[in-house]
Design a protein. Structure first.
Length: 128
C-alpha cells in the first residue's frame, strides 16, 4: 500500500475487521447508512468536545469543576470517535489509510515548513 506504516497499518485493518464482525453479528449493518454514520461521528465528536466545555486552559489552578476532564472519559469518547469513523469508512468503501496518506501529502504542499512552522495562520494568508 505504500504507507510505510507496516504493523500500524495492519493493526488498524485488524481493528476494522473486528468492528465489522461485531456489527455483522448484531445485524446493525442495516442501520449503517452514510448519513446515519456521519451523524453518529459528529455526535461522538461532540461528546468528546463536551468533556472540555467550561474547563480552564493551561495547568491551573482551576475553579471547582473547571479542571481537565477525567482521562478515562476522554479515552472512551476518543475510541467512540474512531469506531464511528471506521464504521463510516466500511459503509462507504473509504480506505482511510490511503486517503489519509494522500491528504497528508496535499497538506505538506499546502503548508510548507518554511512558511508554516510555529504559525496558526493558514496558507492562503501566508502566500499573499
Amino acid at each position: 500500500m505504500g504507507c510505510g506504516y507496516g504493523a500500524d497499518m495492519s493493526a488498524l485493518k485488524d481493528l476494522q475487521a473486528q468492528l465489522e464482525a461485531f456489527v455483522e453479528a448484531r445485524d446493525w449493518g442495516q442501520f449503517h447508512t452514510p448519513k446515519n454514520l456521519a451523524a453518529c461521528l459528529s455526535v461522538e465528536a461532540g461528546e468528546l468536545l463536551e468533556l472540555y466545555m467550561w474547563t480552564g486552559e493551561g495547568p491551573g489552578p482551576h475553579p471547582p469543576g473547571a479542571g481537565p476532564p477525567d482521562r478515562a472519559r476522554i479515552e472512551d469518547e476518543a475510541a467512540d470517535v474512531l469506531l464511528s469513523l471506521l464504521n463510516f469508512a466500511s459503509a462507504t468503501g473509504v480506505d482511510l489509510l490511503a486517503v489519509t496518506e494522500a491528504k497528508l501529502k496535499r497538506l505538506e504542499s499546502k503548508y510548507p515548513v518554511n512558511l508554516s512552522k510555529g504559525s496558526a495562520v493558514k496558507s492562503a494568508l501566508l502566500l499573499k
